[in-house]
Design a protein. Structure first.
Length: 328
């Protein structure tokens, strides 16, 4: 049996809390995107065959966890790594799902994600892979996640506290400048540790107020302008926690791009996704062309090149398609 698994990227707007003074740590919010996508194909095999370096590591672990002999794996599409679109989690879960289904099994990605090193802080990537939409996760008990995260596999993915369907006519401007990739691996761990140790607990209260009084009501009422302004404010407040680690509220050159987008009537709110350098802008189908032009102008204003696109939200989880008996 040949299996193909496809999933879109995600935007990460920020965390609810980084202070050890509160009962729960992290708690994140974000949305699923229909583009760009990761696509993985797999067939059962008696050994592992995979030429894609990052996918191979996930495939080896998947075969071990599922107790299967191997699989022939091809990566047919992928998200740009370490730019703030969730490439690592989407690839890991797509590989796991493809290997499982190739062997006629269903794998609970939420159960296996910690064993793949995913979902340690944010649960948005796992939740969007599962069912898409807007996600707010509940974070972790602070007693479990202090400045040192538990070892791989010794945590549960944060539960979904709220999920909303994103209105079909909403769109998201993506501006990915030609810049150094965002923090990942040990560098990310060190920066998060420093941010948590120094986090102002008062910011968490302000962010929670924005989420409950502005973000969630805007989703429920379908108010794209209010939603854009609210998630942009969440991002700005989060940036105060990270300023010492990334060189400001936004990492360069994101600040210049966000400032340029803020003056465009085609964009209702803009910010940095995760560690960047990806910048998002909230818009809708009627303003998509104007938003695209604004994104290009923002890159010019920042003096950098990059990729600009307008994408639809994704209100479903990963797609799995099976076909035939596979290749000989």
């Amino acid at each position: 049996m040949s299996v193909r698994v496809e999933s879109g990227g995600r935007l990460h707007f920020g965390f609810l809390n980084l202070s050890l003074s509160h009962d729960r740590l992290y708690g994140s919010l974000g949305v699923a995107l229909d583009q760009p996508r990761v696509a993985v194909e797999a067939e059962p095999a008696d050994a592992l065959r995979c030429d894609h370096e990052r996918a191979r590591e996930h495939a080896e672990r998947a075969c071990e966890l599922l107790d299967v002999p191997g699989a022939a794996i091809s990566v047919c599409g992928e998200l740009p790594p370490h730019v703030g679109l969730g490439s690592g989690t989407q690839l890991a879960l797509a590989v796991l799902s493809a290997v499982a289904r190739a062997h006629g099994r269903d794998a609970d990605v939420r159960e296996f994600a910690p064993e793949l090193g995913r979902g340690g802080r944010s649960g948005v990537g796992v939740a969007t892979f599962e069912a898409g939409g807007f996600v707010l996760d509940a974070g972790h008990p602070t007693g479990l996640f202090t400045t040192e995260a538990p070892a791989r596999g010794e945590w549960a993915v944060p539960p979904v506290a709220a999920r909303h369907r994103i209105p079909d006519d909403w769109r998201f401007l993506l501006v990915v400048p030609d810049a150094d990739t965002g923090k990942n691996g040990s560098d990310e761990d060190e920066s998060m540790r420093s941010a948590v140790e120094a986090a102002d607990p008062g910011l968490a209260d302000r962010i929670s107020g924005v989420v409950t009084r502005r973000v969630l009501p805007a989703l429920a009422s379908g108010d794209v302008a209010a939603f854009g302004a609210a998630v942009a404010e969440v991002g700005r407040l989060n940036g105060a926690w990270y300023a010492d680690e990334q060189g400001g509220v936004y990492r360069p050159p994101v600040g210049c791009i966000v400032d340029a987008l803020a003056g465009s009537p085609a964009v209702s709110g803009a910010g940095q996704s995760s560690w960047g350098p990806a910048v998002y802008g909230v818009t809708d189908a009627d303003r998509a062309d104007a938003a695209l032009a604004a994104g290009r102008e923002a890159l010019d204003a920042a003096g950098v090149g990059g990729d600009v696109r307008v994408v639809a939200p994704r209100n479903e989880g990963a797609r799995v398609a099976e076909s035939g008996q596979g290749k000989a």
